[in-house]
Design a protein around this ligand. Structure first.
Ligand SMILES: Nc1ncnc2c1ncn2[C@@H]1O[C@H](COP(=O)(O)OP(=O)(O)O)[C@@H](O)[C@H]1O
Ligand SMILES: N[C@@H](CCC(=O)OP(=O)(O)O)C(=O)O
Length: 372
């Protein structure tokens, strides 16, 4: 019998599907358009069944390797960016050509980490994805590799896909790779004296990951299984179930979700705003709380100025700050209702001692998420 999580993913109204470089490209041949067509077939079938689909497609860097006459995936930033600029063009063109077989239009959406962490950019990206969907076009998302430097990268497209799933309010995330699911060790590396790696069909919680060794990826992938696991947990811990499967099994993964590893959602879904506060926003300041305020915040109460003993950093109203105890341990993140200059004048004051314009909670309970 199919598990609840697989049934949920199979019938989800909106999904994000991430496809890894290793599934789309070959070191010598470049882009594998046959595989890409097979994926577009499965994606189109799911869309025709009534599901909204956003594609996160890796492969720009690896699709640029062969045309530039390089022998292996570059490691230095400049060559990676040059390869991505060549490869992204080929990648977008290939997706466009493939979906054109069904009369389906493709929109390319290239994002930087700042587009997710900055509230205004975040809203712009959200609006574009939304409108593409309402126009029945399929968004093909990738990191904007030519401008992303090491310091400001998402890190890998598995994480980008988990963030996009939340940004777009998707019900489920599907990660398609060259491996047919999670194993308790890298199935490609058979170690002497150790039994072959065993598949892990379902992950209900962290206990199912005990003893699992998530290793590096292949010659074309970036983050390997470790980044897939981190992204799956990021999504599942904030309410979005995940299916990790082989791109070669895309038709089954996208029709009945009967293949690969399914990760159950472990919590109520965080609102898009709380998800942003918790995972996406950059913090620009810190508020140090007394013990009573730490307790109140832990019980998800609004933070009042009376419980704040110090403020640091330069932040404005609407920016995200960390809430720390006197030892500097972070307990929560939240949106500050005031800028740093105002908060500095409010420290330790009870609401009744403050002028009327400073009497709102410094962080409202609705804008506060606990950090475990
Ligand atoms: N525990 C594991 N289970 C499954 N695959 C693993 C594991 N540890 C490492 N891997 C490797 O991770 C690879 C997938 O990662 P990667 O090459 O980055 O893919 P992609 O390009 O799809 O992002 C697989 O080919 C596999 O060899
Ligand atoms: N943005 C990069 C992909 C980075 C990445 O995470 O790749 P992968 O591990 O194959 O999903 C590219 O298009 O080459």
């Amino acid at each position: 019998m199919k598990s609840e999580v697989r049934s949920f993913i199979a019938s989800a109204r909106s999904i994000v599907v991430k496809i890894g470089s290793s599934a789309l490209t070959d070191l010598r041949e470049g882009l594998d358009t046959g595989r890409l067509d097979q994926l577009a077939d499965a994606l189109e079938a799911r869309m025709r069944a009534g599901t909204d689909v956003i594609v996160v497609s890796s492969g720009a860097v690896s699709a640029g390797i062969a045309p530039l006459g390089l022998k292996k995936r570059p490691t230095d930033l400049a060559t990676k960016q040059a390869a991505a600029s060549v490869g992204q063009l080929a990648l977008a063109h290939a997706w466009g050509t493939s979906f054109a077989r069904f009369g389906r239009t493709v929109g390319q959406v290239l994002l930087t980490a700042d587009d997710i962490s900055n509230r205004a950019h975040h809203a712009n990206a959200q609006r574009t994805l939304d409108r593409l969907r309402s126009l029945h076009a399929v968004a093909v998302v990738n990191e904007n590799d030519t401008v992303a430097t090491n310091e400001i990268r998402f890190g890998d497209n598995d994480r980008l896909a988990a963030l996009v799933a939340h940004l777009a309010g998707a019900d489920a995330l599907v990660l398609l790779s060259d491996v047919d699911g999670l194993y308790d060790g890298d199935p490609r590396r058979v170690l002497a004296g150790r039994p072959p790696a065993k598949p892990v069909p379902e992950v209900a919680g962290p206990e199912d990951l005990d003893g699992v060794i998530a290793g590096a990826g292949g010659a074309l992938g970036t983050g390997g299984m470790a980044s897939k696991l981190a992204a799956a947990r990021l999504a599942a811990d904030s309410g979005v179930p995940v299916l990790l499967a082989a791109a070669a099994d895309a038709d089954r993964a996208l029709s009945d979700a009967s293949v690969g590893t399914a990760f159950a959602a472990r919590a109520e879904r965080l609102s898009a705003r709380k998800f942003w506060v918790r995972h996406a926003a950059e913090t620009s300041g810190r508020l140090m709380l007394d013990d009573g305020a730490v307790q109140a915040v832990s019980r998800r109460r609004s933070l009042l100025s009376a419980g704040i003993v110090a403020t640091s950093g330069h932040y404005f109203d609407g920016d995200v700050v960390e809430l720390v105890d006197k030892r500097g341990v972070i307990h929560a993140r939240g949106v500050s209702s005031y800028g740093a200059d105002d908060v500095a004048t409010m420290l330790g004051h009870s609401t009744s001692q403050l002028p009327a314009e400073l009497r709102r909670p410094v962080v409202h309970a609705d804008d506060l998420v606990l950090v475990h």
